[in-house]
Design a protein. Sequence first.
Length: 358
Amino acid sequence: MKTIRVRLGTRSYDILIASGLLKELGRLLSNYGNFTKILIVTDKDVEKLYGPIVAETLAPYKPKVIALESASGGEGQKNLATVESLYHHLLGHGMDRRGLIVALGGGVVGDVAGYAAATFMRGVPYVQVPTTLVAQVDSSIGGKTAVNLPEGKNLVGCFYQPRAVFIDPDTLRTLPAGEVTEGMAEVIKYGVIRDPSLFRFLEEHLTGVLRLEPWHTERVITSCCKIKAWVVSKDEREETGLRSILNYGHTFGHALEALGGYKGYRHGQAVAMGMLLATRIAIKMGLAGDDLLGRQRDLLLRVGAPVDCKAEEVKQAFELLYRDKKVVGGRLRFVLPLRIGKVVLKEVSSELLTQEVL
Ligand code: NAD
Ligand code: GLY
């Protein structure tokens, strides 16, 4: 079992990573508090797959299970109506601050359950038990909780850290292939922003990683979680700019997603193209060499992510970005790579972006 500590003073917590961990969840939880009640929030697909294992290990707590409709790549139930329905279930189950919410599933479940935990009775404890690659390397760690409004994604939320994160990489074996690609874009991102050895490992062992061989998956997830834990420990609330390095590829990626009304490119696909665009900008600005583009492009192609974006889409995405809140005095801020393992946050002029399109 690997244990990584997210160091946040009194709100510090562990990320536990082990193959087969799910069956041990009940025993492991007892190290994190004497919880009187447990409410499990999950979705219907995850419940079918993992509900029985979790029900068995948590049986002594007589947990109540709430299963949301599954999102299948969409945002599904990530809204305030779901949060309100969770409050009613929590009340119905007699939950108070001595109880625990267990978020079992992907990022949608984690974000909604985390927000309900943050706000119910001004905050009840929760743990994350992520079952997608995106959730295991990203969304379950760092305490960003949120729901969507009709006007946009993640517009209502708060920072609220879990008591612990329990990761069982074996759960990834039932993921549809597209969900693995979604997560792999984020995994590659971690290599570029902070970890050359992770990037090299992916280049050399991608077949094993994509086959979800236990040793490979554990190695990759552990590296990503270490980076996320370090970044969150240093800049929990995105105040110093450090946490924004996690948004490498996301500025342009979000614009591409928004252009398609969130029905075109999926998040990981858009981030993949956003990383390559940020690299092209870095090269144009003389900050990086050409090889940086090739290595990322090759790896992204191998995981099945799209790498070529139409010029018209890029142009429209830039236009959208200039209307976006990220614009400071007519200049956009991008996370730009200098080399594998090192990125910087830099303002980029609209002229340079236009040259990039041409
Ligand atoms: P998701 O939660 O929608 O899950 C994707 C699909 O996989 C769902 O249909 C789900 O039922 C299914 N699934 C989950 N685990 C499975 C398993 N083990 N086997 C088979 N099927 C399984 O998608 P996601 O990519 O995990 O999360 C995306 C969400 O996370 C977005 O809402 C995004 O905004 C959010 N997010 C949050 C943060 C954060 O820091 N809080 C970071 C990144 C993403
Ligand atoms: N997923 C980006 C962050 O947690 O800050």
